[in-house]
Design a protein around this ligand. Sequence first.
Ligand code: UD1
Length: 439
Amino acid sequence: MQSQDKLVIEGRQPLNGKVSISGAKNSVLKLMGAAILTDSPIELRNVPQLSDVSVMSDVLRHLGVTVTQKDDVMIIEAKDITRTEASYDHVSKMRASFIVLGALLGRHHEARVSLPGGCSIGKRGVDLHIKGLQSLGAEIQINQGYVEACATRLEGREILLDTPSVGATENIMLAAVLAEGATIISNAAQEPEIADLANFLNAIGADVSGAGSTEIIINGVKKQDLHGTTYTIMPDRIEAATYMIAAAGTEGNVLLENVIPGHLNSVIRKLEDVGAEIITEGPNALRVIGDGRFEAQNIVTQPYPGFPTDLQAPFMALLTTAEGVSIITETLYENRFKQIGELNRMGANIQNQGDIAVVTGVDHLTGAQVKASDLRAGAALVIAGLQAEGTTEICDLHHIDRGYEELVSKLSGLGANIQRVPFDESGVVPASQDKAAVE
Ligand code: UD1
C-alpha cells in the first residue's frame, strides 16, 4: 500500500451486510511491548495488519527481539535483548512505542527511550509515566530528547495518577510486573485495553488484579515465574464504532461481528439518542440500523467509560447532517478538531472555539477533495464521504493506514462505492508526511 494513494468515494450508498471487526490496535501494540518481559516465545492471535503494528515490530527488532507475522498470527521471542534503546525515529512515528520504557526497565533495569516529541493532536506529555516509574525506584534523566532510566532494584509502591492516563497506567504496570512487592495504581485508566493487557500479563505468569477498575494491584513476581503463552487480542472497539457510525450515517443496516458490545456502551447510547437503532445479536455481534434524519446531540469526550476522544471526529461527521445544533466538547486533547476545516469544505457548518465545536446540521454534505490530518480525523472524512452527495477524494492516507485494517475491502463488502487509487497530479497535493506521533 502506498501512503500517497488517495481514496475516492462516491457517496450516498447505504451500507448493508456484515463486517468482521479486527483485533484492537491499542491493545496489540501494548501486548507486543509486554511480550519482551519474558524470554519465552509469545504467540499473539487476531493481530491486525496495520502500519502501527509494523512500526512496533521494528521497535522490537531493533532491541534484538525476533518478531514474525503471518496473517493475523504473530510470534515474538525476546530471548536475547541486545539493545535497551528505542530511537527517536521509531518513537516519533508512534507514541505507543513509548511502552517499551516500562518493559525494558522491568526486565533489564535500564532503558533509553526517545521522548515522543511534538504531536499533532496536543501536548501529550509523559510526566505521569516518568513520575510513576520514579516511584518504583527508577532513576530517570532527560538527556538530549531521550528518557534515560535505570534502577538497581524496583520496589512496589502506591501510585496515585493525577489523571487516568492510559499510557502511564500501562507503562507502570509493565515495570511493576517484576518489581519486588505490590504496586497499587490508583486513579488508573479503566479502558478495556488495560484489562486486555492485564489478562495477557496474567497469562504469562504475572499477578495483576483490578484492571478495568480505578485501582490496579500488581504483585511482583520473579523472572523465572514468567513464561510463554498464546493470546487472542480483543476486538477493536474504535474500529467497530467507526463502522457503526458509518452504517447509521448512510441509513444502512449492518451487522458487526467479533465485537464486545459492553465496550461500546457510550457510543451505543449516543447513536440511539441521535436516532439510530442498535440491536445486540448474541454475545459478539451488534446490528446498526440508520433510518432517516438524525437529531443533534451534545458530546463531551471523557476517559473510559465516557465517550472516547478517538470517536469525537467520526461522530462529528455524523452530526453534520443531524437536525439542530450539536455541541461537542473535547476535554482530552487541545488540538483534536483538525477535521473541522475539511468537513466545512464538504458543506458542513461547524464553528470552533477552544475545546468546543458547535455543529449546526445542514441538509447534506457535498463531495470534495480533502486531507486526513490524523487517524481519526481521516476516519471522519471517510464517514463524511460516504454520506455526501458526489465524489470525495481523501489523501494523506498514511494516517488512516495506522488504524483501519482492510478499510476499502470492508466498506466495499458493505456496498460502499470506494476505491484506493494512486495519487495523480490532477488530485489534491498531499502534505509532506507528518511524522508527529498521534495516538
Ligand atoms: C491512548 C490511546 C489513544 C487515546 C487516548 C485517550 C493508545 C495507543 N492510544 O493514548 O488512542 O486517544 O489513550 O483515550 O492506546 N497526559 C499527561 N501526562 C502524561 C500522560 C498523559 O498530561 O504523562 C495527558 C495527555 O496529554 C492527555 C490525557 O492525559 O490529555 C490522556 O492521555 P493518555 O490517556 O495517556 O493517552 P495515550 O495513552 O497517549
